[in-house]
Design a protein around this ligand. Structure first.
Ligand SMILES: [Zn+2]
Ligand SMILES: [Zn+2]
Ligand SMILES: [Zn+2]
Ligand SMILES: [Zn+2]
Ligand SMILES: [Zn+2]
Length: 359
């Protein structure tokens, strides 16, 4: 540390801040528990019983836990500080959730659905997510049966990863997505959303009705059979008659929501099963709930400090060494403490006044 110049120090600080901002694009101030079931970013904590917690709690409460990012889940209530969370012993009377500051466990939502994703396992093959793999993963937009699982492209086709060839032209185009493209797998820009074969099979009669409806061409882009079959999809993307019994996934066209809405509206009989399916079982296919986004990160105290450090401090003084900077930082901490205690927002002029004070 002694060999670190003030410039190095500030650069390092900047890099850390940039990294932190990238990882934490939102202000981790609000827990979503009180908002109830939401479509939101969910993080699984494998240290405390594979519970799902909201964005802020993953940062503030389960800070040093083994966290798995699950991306969005619908209809999910944060389980930090509820009866499901083993982070704090209820007898200790400590804060159960650092944000809500409840001293007793809150009631856990009964309709949170906990699937394998919460153990960090994705897809039919139950693998952990590998950020370094070029394999495409797609989330099922319906989710009723699979818990909005994510699938590998080859697993959607029901084949081993190394048994499918990669289209060479996709790889040579430098500007194109660097992801590989499996033969017979729909091009990523040819569809808008995907429904896995598990969800399709569960509600097969309704999907058959949709596929044979007049609006099918506005809804279905392609169907892909799940199973070891080298012609899992024919030229038109339509299944042949003897494929009828095999499970298949549906790739949806852009605008499928409007088309399904139109289809649903065209059914005048409210007791019609397809109407019930579209309006009550899978309404998310017509109009999806908007994803909850935490409030955007306000300028943090750290931002203001580093800006002020750059602007107000005599560079020569900084060059004298980092120990001066450390001293300054601890003074600054003392200066900022009352602000933190009273929950007062620190403004740039407050910091400026600090730097103008004689030392
Ligand atoms: Zn929370
Ligand atoms: Zn935890
Ligand atoms: Zn919390
Ligand atoms: Zn898989
Ligand atoms: Zn599914």
């Amino acid at each position: 540390m002694n060999n670190l110049t003030a410039d190095d120090f500030l650069n390092q600080q900047q890099a850390l801040e940039d990294e932190a901002r990238e990882l934490m694009p939102w202000d981790p101030k609000h827990c979503t528990y009180s908002l109830g079931a939401l479509k939101q970013q969910v993080y699984a904590c494998r240290t405390h019983g594979n519970i799902g917690v909201c964005y802020s709690c993953s940062i503030r409460c389960h800070t040093s836990c083994d966290i798995v990012e699950l991306f969005t889940k619908r209809n999910f209530t944060c389980d930090c500080g509820t009866e499901r969370d083993s982070r704090v012993d209820p007898k200790s009377k400590q804060k159960m959730c650092e944000i809500r500051e409840n001293r007793e466990p809150d009631v856990a939502a009964s309709d949170n659905s906990y699937g394998p994703n919460f153990k960090g396992l994705f897809c039919d093959c139950a693998q952990e997510y590998d950020a370094d793999s070029p394999t495409v993963m797609i989330q099922c937009v319906m989710g009723n049966e699979c818990g909005e699982d994510w699938y590998h492209d080859h697993c959607i086709m029901g084949v081993e990863a190394d048994s499918v060839s990669v289209k060479p032209e996709e790889m040579s185009d430098a500007d194109a997505v660097t992801e590989r493209h499996l033969e017979n797998f729909p091009a990523l820009d040819s569809f808008d959303a995907f429904i896995c074969w598990k969800c399709v099979s569960k509600y097969a009669p309704y999907f058959q009705k949709i596929e044979s409806s007049e609006l099918a061409n506005d809804i279905v882009s392609q169907t892909v059979i799940h199973g070891k079959d080298d012609k899992s999809v024919n030229a038109e993307g339509k299944r042949t008659r003897d494929d009828d019994t095999k499970p298949y996934s549906i790739f949806l066209k852009k605008g499928y929501q409007e088309a399904l809405g139109k289809l649903s509206d065209s059914i005048k009989d409210n007791h019609n099963k397809l109407h019930i399916f579209l309006t009550q079982i899978a309404p998310q296919l017509i109009k999806d709930e908007e994803e909850y986004e935490p409030p955007a990160e306000e300028e943090t105290i750290l931002d203001i400090i580093s800006k002020s450090l750059y602007q107000s401090i005599n560079r020569a003084e900084l060059a004298a060494g980092s120990s001066a900077l450390y001293k300054l930082q601890s003074n600054l901490k003392n200066f900022l403490q009352p602000f933190a205690k009273n929950g007062k927002v620190v403004k740039e002029e407050d910091i400026a006044s600090f730097f103008q004070k004689p030392k």
